[in-house]
Design a protein around this ligand. Sequence first.
Ligand SMILES: *Cc1c(COP(=O)(O)O)cnc(C)c1O
Length: 395
Amino acid sequence: MAEWGDDTTGLRAGWARTPEQEHSEAIFPTSSFTFRNAAEAAARFSGEAPGNIYARFTNPTVRAFEERLAAMEGGERAIGTSSGMAAILAICMGLLRSGDHVLCSLGVFGTTASLFANQLSRFGIETDFVAPTDTAGWAAAMRPQTRLLFLETPSNPLTEVADIPALADIAHAGGARLVVDNCFCTPALQKPLAMGADLVSHSATKFLDGQGRCVGGAVVGDAGTLDNHIFPFLRTAGPTMSPFNAWVFLKGLETLNLRMRHHSEQALALAQWLGEQRAVTQVYYPGLADHPQHDLAARQQSGFGGVVSFEVEGGREAAWQVVDATRMLSITANLGDVRTTITHPASTTHGRLSAEQRTRMGIGEGLVRISVGLEDQADIRADLAHGLDRLAPAG
Ligand SMILES: *Cc1c(COP(=O)(O)O)cnc(C)c1O
C-alpha cells in the first residue's frame, strides 16, 4: 500500500473484502457484535484481542473510512467522528486540561472560534487568537502553559495562508502540538503531517463528502496520540460516526483527488474573471499572483482550492444584491460541494461575532464568499454577472 500513488490510495486503501467478494465496500449497520464465547468477549473488552465490540467505537465501515483517510493524509491512524466540530472537541478533550493555554488562528471557522472562546473557556482552558500570517506573533504569544496551536490554511473566508512548517517549529519548541484543520485543501492538495503538523482535523461534511449529503469529521495523526488520547475520549463520550455516513464518505474519497483538481481549476478561472469585473474591488484567492502568500501557497499546496471571496463596493446592501440576483448558485453557508454555493459571511458564518471582532478579522460588509463547484464556468459567471452588472453597469 505504501507504494501507491495518491489517486490509487483514494480508491483502494482501507478495505479488506468480506467472504462475499463485494466490489464496493459493504455497510455494516449493526450496533453490536457477537463473540464465539465468553473468553473471546473478555479478550476483546480488555484489549488483548483486536476486533469489533460495539459501534460507538468499533465498526468495519467506519474503520474503512478511517484507514483510507489516514493513508491519504500520510498519518498512521484516523478516528471518524460525528461532525467536524466533534473532531476538534475530541482533540481538545483528549489533549488538554484545566489551566492549559491554546493559540488559535483568527481566521478559523466561526464555530471553532466559539468552541475555544465560549465553551472550553468555562473549563479553565484559555485561548488567544493570532493572525494566521503573523508567524512572529504566534511565537510571541506562546506561554509555558501553551499546549495546542490550531489553524486552518487557507483561512475562511479570506484565504490567508499560514506557514505550516514555521508554526510547527514554534509549537514544538514550546512543547505544544500543532493541529491543522485541513478542510479547505483536503489531502488531495495539502498534507500538513508531512510539513510538521502533529494532527489534522477534518469536517468530512465539506469536500470529503463533496456532494452535500452527510455531517461527519475525523482526526488524523500518529498511533500513540490517537490510541492513547483521542480514542479513549471517543469511546467514552460517544461522538461517533455512523456506518452509513462512513460509507458515503468512502464514496466521496474515491473522487476526492479528481474533484479537488477540478475545483482548483474552476476557482482560479473564476477568481481571474472576478478581478476584471468593475463592481469588484478585491478578490481573495491564493492562486492569484498578487495574493500576499501566493508563493507560500504554491510551496505548501499542490492546488489552490475551491473557495474564492471577493469584495464589492457598497457594503452589505451591494453584497446582498449580488447574492440575491443569482438564479442558479445555491445560497447556503455550506461549502465544499460539487454545486457552487454563495454566502455573505458577515451576516451568516461570522454573523454571531461582534462588528468589532469582524473588523479585526478583516471580514467586511461587502464581502461575498463562493465555494466554486463543477458546473460550466460560463454558467457560474453568467449567474454572478446578474448582480455585478447591476452594481456597475458596463460603459
Ligand atoms: C464546517 C467546518 C467545520 C465544522 O464541521 P461540521 O462538520 O459542520 O461540524 C470545521 N472547520 C471548517 C474549516 C469548516 O468549514
